[in-house]
Design a protein around this ligand. Structure first.
Ligand SMILES: Nc1ncnc2c1ncn2[C@@H]1O[C@H](COP(=O)(O)OP(=O)(O)OP(=O)(O)O)[C@@H](O)[C@H]1O
Length: 289
């Protein structure tokens, strides 16, 4: 399947709800979690490898339970009973050898492929650590994904056309477009693209700004989960530092899951980390520094 950053957008924009609030009005929220609860024997999780603070209150977590994946028509098992939990407004990092299945897992989370077994959902917990609502399947429309080297999939000749590529054009969608326009303005400010002319050709932007643009496209509507595959790949040191800083800012507002080999650069952001072993086995592990 040819993957384009723009491919899923029409569906996202049409079926997702408009941004519920301006992010600029938000007070940064620290993850309010007792992560010991998340690693309770109920879920059979290993000891926590995070530095999330321990505060009791309700919270939501993205849950992946016993997910396995075999590409249709093959006997290959690329993911083997993968389970993990990522609390909202926290930063998760998956690392591991090339070919171990990290991107495959992200593709399942984004709904690009469908898992062979297992489930992916969000779960609300009370302050006693017990679920307080039925689990809700994670809707692909509410997941933003920035692929590795997203700039390779830019299609439009201007920044504006690139960001609005999937927007509805038909009559009667004024309200939706108005909401999208507000979301766009916020996303552009948020990623620091406000100094860039919207008439510019996306391919003429610097490496770091191309990544900002790819992020802005995903942030027009606030995703429940933002996932990024190797966000620093191919960038120079300055752009890498800029993207890390941007993600540090974003993690205050969003749940972020990153696949990366650049462990040192993300170390200060990580709340939870997992290593993908060859054969598609995921286990919670501190990043090796
Ligand atoms: N549809 C498919 N059919 C068969 N094999 C596949 C398919 N998709 C991926 N693979 C194989 O599955 C393995 C895992 O691929 P994946 O891209 O998920 O690894 P990765 O951990 O993300 O690697 P990298 O760090 O190099 O990006 C690889 O050996 C890949 O060639």
């Amino acid at each position: 399947m040819a993957i384009s950053l723009n491919t899923p957008l029409p569906f996202r924009f049409l079926s997702g709800s408009p941004p519920p609030f301006p992010l600029s009005n938000l007070t940064p929220i620290s993850p309010s979690l007792n992560h010991n609860r998340l690693s309770s024997s109920r879920f059979n999780f290993p000891a926590p490898t995070t530095n999330l603070p321990t505060i009791n209150c309700d919270y939501t977590a993205f849950e992946v339970r016993d997910v396995s994946y075999q590409p249709p028509g093959t006997q290959l098992k690329l993911l083997n009973s993968v389970s993990f939990s990522l609390p909202e407004k926290s930063f998760g990092l998956i690392f591991g050898q090339s070919g171990s299945g990290k991107t495959t897992l992200l593709q399942l989370l984004a709904g690009i492929s469908k898992s062979t077994t297992g489930s992916i959902y969000s779960q609300k917990y009370g302050n006693d650590g017990n679920p307080i609502q039925p689990p809700e399947p994670l809707s692909p429309e509410r997941v933003g994904i920035v692929f590795q080297f997203p700039e390779r999939y830019f299609l439009a000749e201007t920044v504006l056309d690139e960001v609005t590529f999937g927007w509805p054009r038909q009559k009667g969608s004024y309200q939706l477009r108005e909401n999208l326009a507000l979301g766009l303005q916020r996303a552009i400010n948020w990623v620091g693209l406000n100094g860039i002319s919207l008439d510019k050709n996306p391919h003429s932007l610097s490496g770091g700004y191309k990544r900002r643009l790819a992020l802005a496209i995903q942030l027009v509507q606030i995703p429940d989960l933002l996932i990024l595959d190797e966000p620093l790949a191919g960038l120079d040191w300055k752009a890498r530092a800029d993207v890390v800083k941007l993600l540090k800012h974003l993690k205050r507002e969003l749940t972020v899951l990153v696949v990366s080999h650049d462990l040192r650069e993300f170390a200060s952001l990580v709340d939870r980390s997992w290593k993908m072993e060859m054969g598609g086995n995921l286990r919670e592990e501190l990043i090796p520094l």
